[in-house]
Design a protein around this ligand. Structure first.
Ligand SMILES: NC(=O)c1ccc[n+]([C@@H]2O[C@H](COP(=O)([O-])OP(=O)(O)OC[C@H]3O[C@@H](n4cnc5c(N)ncnc54)[C@H](OP(=O)(O)O)[C@@H]3O)[C@@H](O)[C@H]2O)c1
Length: 296
């Protein structure tokens, strides 16, 4: 047995500690669980590409993450992920700057109390929470495949269990209520993940969805009135910390335990059964095809 080289003890920088240095893109990385995941993965020595919609909030979070992790490999790209032109621009800029992508974390999401229409004519919750994941993944798929083994992680929610997809009114023009619309978008995240898994078979790229738990973040700040008041109180009383909420993202992004593991819904780092409707392959295929048609 060789004695431990004294040089090994001198190798203290995060990059040197981590031989498996991944390039990880995280959307919604300036706040909540996305920010904690970015920080912890930077601490592990991974190269982080934060995607944020506000230059100001993005830069502030980037500076904080660099200082707290001691890593300079924390980059920032700006995009409003509810706007398809921004997503195209983001993917193009990413491909100009980087030649690989090991992990894509689709995390940016929100709930809205009033129906709003995006520049692409889509309902905002559907556009951000589902189409944002769908289009960004689609545009980066060639890079992910070329970087295999690679991982796609879609942050969903247990709210998907109360969701259902109405293909006759996917844009919620006939009726709109914040929680059902949000739940439907989170069901779409799970259906999209499973369909993606089927389409990625044999590519070396895995796809998994997750529920982060009920987490005390800025989530719900887009609501107003009585629902916002209750979300605030319930969060303060019962929700877990963003550090706890980010654990499953960090695990799926970097743990060797889940290398090659695909097509699962994770809660507290364990593969768990998702809602029965999420396993409906016909619904998943239809959602994929409709989403393709909605891409400009
Ligand atoms: N908190 C919970 O209890 C909970 C439970 C289940 C699932 N989730 C899911 O967890 C994910 C993260 O939520 P969170 O709790 O961390 O909430 P959060 O603190 O509100 O963070 C959301 C992040 O998404 C970004 N974002 C929102 N709209 C965007 C847009 N149009 N374009 C680009 N980025 C945008 C936000 O940026 P700004 O700072 O600029 O707004 C922020 O960085 C979401 O997908 C949510 O559905 C949360």
């Amino acid at each position: 047995m060789y004695p431990t080289s004294p040089l090994r003890h001198l190798a203290t920088s995060h990059q040197e500690q981590n031989l498996d240095n991944k390039l990880i893109m995280i959307t919604g990385a300036n706040a909540g669980i996305g920010k904690v995941a970015a920080l912890e993965l930077a601490k592990q020595g991974h190269h982080i590409v934060m995607v944020c919609r506000s230059q100001e909030r993005g830069r502030a979070a980037q500076a904080e993450i660099k200082a707290a992790s001691g890593s300079e490999q924390v980059d920032l790209l700006i995009a409003d992920l509810s706007v398809q032109a921004d997503i195209h621009q983001l993917a193009a800029e990413f491909k100009q700057r980087y030649d690989r992508l090991d992990v894509l974390v689709n995390n940016a999401g929100a709930i809205f109390d009033k129906r709003q229409k995006t520049a692409d004519g889509l309902e905002l919750t559907f556009a951000l929470n589902h189409m944002g994941y769908f289009l960004l993944t689609d545009l980066l798929l060639d890079t992910l495949k070329a970087s295999a083994p690679a991982r796609i992680i879609n942050v969903s929610s247990d709210a998907h269990r109360r969701g259902s997809l109405n293909f006759d009114d996917l844009q919620h023009e006939k009726s709109y209520s914040a929680f059902p619309v949000y739940s439907a978008s989170k069901l779409a995240n799970v259906l999209f993940t499973y369909e993606l898994t089927r389409r990625l078979e044999g590519s070396g790229v895995t796809a998994n969805a997750l529920h982060p738990g009920f987490v005390n973040t800025n989530f719900g700040s887009t609501m107003s009135g009585i629902p916002a008041f209750f979300i605030g109180i319930i969060s303060r009383l019962f929700a877990t910390s963003p550090e706890k909420g980010a654990e499953t993202i960090i695990y799926l992004a970097a743990s060797p335990e889940v290398e090659g593991v695909t097509g699962n819904y994770f809660v507290e780092k364990k593969a768990t059964r998702s809602a029965p409707e999420s396993y409906d392959e016909a619904v998943a295929k239809r959602l994929w095809e409709v989403s393709e048609q909605l891409v400009r």
